[in-house]
Write a protein that binds this ligand. Structure first.
Ligand SMILES: Cc1cc2nc3c(=O)[nH]c(=O)nc-3n(C[C@H](O)[C@H](O)[C@H](O)COP(=O)(O)O)c2cc1C
Length: 96
C-alpha cells in the first residue's frame, strides 16, 4: 500500500480543514509544512502539498515557500498533488 503525506500550511484553518478531509479519506500522514523537508521525501510514495494564497498571489513565504524550495528537486518519481484555498483572488497563485 502506498504511503502518503499531506504537507500543509494554514494560518486560519481553511487549508487545514482541506488537509483533514484528505487525511481522513485515505489514511495519510498529516504534516505541518515546518516539520517536512527533503530528507523526508523518500519516506513517501505520494505527497499532497497544501497552501493558501498569501502575499499577492504567492505561497506563504516564511514557512511553506522555504520548505517547497528545499523539497522540489527531490520529487522526481513521486506522485504529487497540490491543493489550497484562497480569498479575494481567483486562484492565480495555484496556476503559477
Ligand atoms: C496575509 C494574507 C494574504 C492573502 N493573500 C491572498 C491573495 O493574494 N489572494 C487570495 O485570493 N487570497 C489571499 N488571502 C486569503 C487567504 O488565501 C484565504 O483566506 C485562505 O482561505 C486562508 O487559508 P488558511 O485559513 O488555511 O490560512 C490572503 C490572506 C492573508 C491573511
Amino acid at each position: 500500500m502506498s504511503k502518503v503525506a499531506v504537507v500543509y500550511y494554514s494560518g486560519s484553518g481553511n487549508t487545514e480543514a482541506m488537509a483533514d478531509v484528505i487525511v481522513n479519506a485515505i489514511g495519510a500522514d498529516k504534516i505541518e509544512c515546518g516539520d517536512f523537508s527533503a530528507a523526508k521525501v523518500a519516506d513517501y510514495d505520494a505527497i499532497a502539498f497544501g497552501c493558501p494564497a498569501m502575499g499577492d498571489e504567492v505561497l506563504e513565504e516564511t514557512v511553506f515557500q522555504p520548505m517547497w524550495d528545499d523539497v522540489k528537486e527531490s520529487l522526481a518519481g513521486k506522485k504529487v498533488a497540490l491543493f489550497g484555498s484562497y480569498g479575494w483572488g481567483d486562484g492565480q497563485w495555484m496556476r503559477d
